[in-house]
Design a protein. Structure first.
Length: 256
């Protein structure tokens, strides 16, 4: 058993999946009743944000260094936009160690997959450009006239993306592609929406847009009852994803 992760890690992930579906059902009931379902929908992945905290504490960080469920403190600078609120942020000794984007998709696969793809690509581009331009080097406690062009000894942060996708016929069945002018890349031909997400997440890492990615597939009923989930590949599993994060924490602690 890896010492990077808590011994009960797999059970914790299942609990997160179960909480997601429980929250999702509650949101849908509230929305159908004319409530604020769209406002609270984003909170359904809070359990995964808290898992970031649990893993961080396991690796020796403190609660103050693991910023979760605090919308003000989860904000860091962007480059093409003023700021971006990430779903979890880790700051150790005034150094940005990690930032997380947590997303889900339940139904409406054809309508939303391109939006999700564009969001995740745009956020990563903004993040790494801000990093390149020293956007994370001037802490709020530093002098405002500090020169960002000065060399600052900091490691590239860990940038993580986790996607929870409903596992159902709509997400796992083959989908045709439109090719009115040019051929699409072969890995998308006949691919289901789940497979398209798999390709997206693998390419996000291979193109160095994200440090690590995670794809969870979960059936609504089995997920709500027992927290059942699967990942199409080991490298996209929660264990691989959070082990990469844990390694980034330990590296930062040895460096700073």
């Amino acid at each position: 058993m890896s010492k990077l992760l808590p011994p009960e890690f797999d059970a914790l992930v299942s609990d997160c999946v179960k909480q997601f579906w429980t929250g999702r059902v509650s949101t849908e009931i509230t929305s159908q009743a004319g409530g604020r379902g769209s406002v609270i929908a984003g909170k359904n992945l809070n359990a995964f944000a808290n898992l970031v905290r649990v893993v961080g504490i396991h690796c020796g960080l403190t609660n103050d260094e693991l910023i979760v469920a605090n919308k003000v403190k989860q904000v860091i600078p962007g480059y093409f936009r003023a700021t971006k609120e990430w779903d979890a942020v880790v700051i150790y000794k005034q150094k940005l160690v990690a930032a997380f984007e947590l997303k889900s998709q339940v139904g409406s696969f054809g309508n939303n997959i391109n939006n999700r793809s564009e969001e995740v690509l745009g956020s990563a581009t903004d993040f790494w450009t801000a990093y390149r331009e020293k956007g994370f080097d001037v802490h709020i406690s530093d002098s405002l006239d500090e020169n960002r062009s000065q060399t600052v000894d900091s490691k590239p942060p860990f940038l993580g993306f986790l996607m929870l996708l409903e596992e159902c016929a709509g997400s796992t069945s083959q989908v045709s592609v439109k090719e009115p002018h040019f051929r699409v890349f072969p890995d998308f031909v006949g691919a289901s929406y789940a497979r398209r997400y798999e390709v997206l997440l693998e390419k996000l890492v291979s193109e160095k847009l994200y440090s690590s990615t995670c794809l969870l597939l979960s059936d609504r009923e089995k997920g709500a009852m027992n927290g059942v989930f699967s990942s199409p590949k080991d490298i996209l599993s929660p264990r691989s994803f959070f082990a990469d994060f844990a390694a980034a924490i330990l590296s930062a602690k040895e460096t700073y």
